[in-house]
Design a protein around this ligand. Structure first.
Ligand code: NDP
Ligand code: MG
Length: 383
């Protein structure tokens, strides 16, 4: 088997470091070509010294000299700035790109990677939320595969191997419900950042952990599923499954339902995406049904967790509405993490921005870029 040559965008994050654990465990199968970070220079340098990529990029230009000096004795080219992450997609000889940056920042590098015919292992769901139509079209034109890393979408993808997409009746995304499952709005008015950051089943970056607590994450995933699998609103259900053992399901036209299961561990979907279509041996912890004798399911509470309802609405209306929702949410989550707003105000700000920013039915890339910055401006004003 030829070695997989992989670029990891966001290598210092939760997904990025788990991806490198997989690379570390498979030195004969994986070669790391590119590592990128926003500002965590120390970790980026340590990773570069260990994995010896051809290129590293630090988005924060103030850290450039430090990274460059630290890697001076290595055969590694160092770049800085967000634009360099995009440019890297033209230079690198990687054949696969793991997009593990957070938020809107993943959009342009992903577009560049697709244009350069790199297979995409997609963790950065916001890219498909912001510009799903454009991205899927670009993938089709360039014959590039998008392999989902998000656990729910990896589950659906695995259930669909060998199946005809036209036989899907619907997909059922599972949601853990997060730390506030079962709570009502009146219980949530004063919840703290520390409470929201305490996810019951998954250890993840701060932004997605807050999104999980507000069910925005499930909303983003509903939109992600639409674009990945070519579905409409009526074909995407969400069920709350607090144990996070069933990662998602597909119901087919004969009534049969397939589910993919495993322990909640992101290494498994990353590993699957790296080696797809092969299934490769791993030493990950195994699920024992002795430890999980009850799997339970509940309806999501769309009244308390408004973000999920907003995402369904954005998906239904199309155009740039999901891009507006995403940008508003990035501002809102950041404000919540900096103690500037309360938990319930996240969804309030999202809804206000969706009502305020101009709707565009058929946006171009430029329209998406402008929508993102316009929404951030409006959201900042509303704050
Ligand atoms: P983290 O916050 O842990 O890591 C984000 C990574 O992206 C870091 O390497 C960070 O660098 C880098 N980064 C952040 N902002 C920028 C920017 N503006 N420009 C360049 N690089 C940037 O996030 P996660 O790993 O949790 O999530 C990554 C993506 O994967 C998200 O889209 C998330 O929704 C998705 N995802 C994550 C899951 C998880 O379990 N964590 C599960 C499913 C999906 P630095 O360290 O220097 O800040
Ligand atoms: Mg997920």
């Amino acid at each position: 088997m030829q070695k997989k040559k992989i670029a990891i965008l966001g290598s210092t994050g939760s997904i990025g470091t788990q991806a490198l654990d997989i690379a570390r465990a498979n030195p004969d199968k994986i070669e790391i070509e590119v590592l990128t970070a926003n500002s965590n220079a120390d970790l980026l340098i340590a990773q570069a010294l260990e994995f010896k990529p051809n290129h590293v990029v630090i988005a924060d230009e103030r850290k450039y000299q430090f990274v460059k000096d630290s890697l001076a004795n290595e055969d590694i080219k160092v770049f800085a700035g967000s634009k360099s992450i995009e440019d890297m997609m033209e230079i690198t000889s990687a054949d696969m790109v793991l997009t593990a940056m957070v938020g809107y920042s993943g959009l342009k590098p992903t577009i560049k990677a697709i244009e350069n015919k790199k297979r995409i292992a997609l963790a950065n769901k916001e890219t498909l939320v912001v510009a799903g139509e454009l991205i899927t079209k670009l993938c089709a034109e360039n014959r590039v595969d998008l392999i989902p890393v998000d656990s729910e979408h990896s589950a659906i993808f695995q259930c669909l191997v060998g199946e005809d997409l036209n036989t899907i009746d619907k997909v059922i995304l599972t949601a853990s419900g997060g730390p506030f499952r079962g709570k009502k709005a009146s219980d949530l008015a004063e919840v703290t950042k520390a409470q929201a950051l305490k996810h019951p089943n998954w250890s993840m970056g701060a932004k997605i952990t807050i999104d999980s607590a507000s069910l925005m994450n499930k909303g983003l995933e509903v939109i992600e599923a639409k674009w990945l699998f070519g579905l409409d609103k009526s074909q995407i259900d969400v069920v709350v499954h607090p144990q996070s053992i069933i990662h998602s399901m597909v119901e087919f036209n004969d009534g049969s339902i397939k589910a993919q299961m495993g322990l909640p561990d992101m290494k498994l979907p990353i590993h699957y995406a790296f080696f797809f279509p092969q299934r490769m041996q791993s030493d990950f912890n195994r699920l024992s049904f002795k430890d999980y004798n009850t799997l339970t399911f509940e309806e999501p509470d769309l009244e308390t967790f408004r973000n999920l309802a907003l995402a369904y609405h954005a998906m239904d209306k199309g155009g740039n509405l999901a891009c507006i929702l995403n940008a508003a949410n990035e501002v809102a989550v950041d404000a919540f993490l900096h103690d500037k707003i309360k938990f319930l105000q996240i969804a309030e700000l999202n809804e206000k921005c969706m009502n305020k920013v101009s709707f565009i039915q058929n946006p171009s890339l430029e329209d998406y870029v402008n929508t993102d910055s316009e929404t951030r401006r409006v959201a900042a004003e509303l704050l």
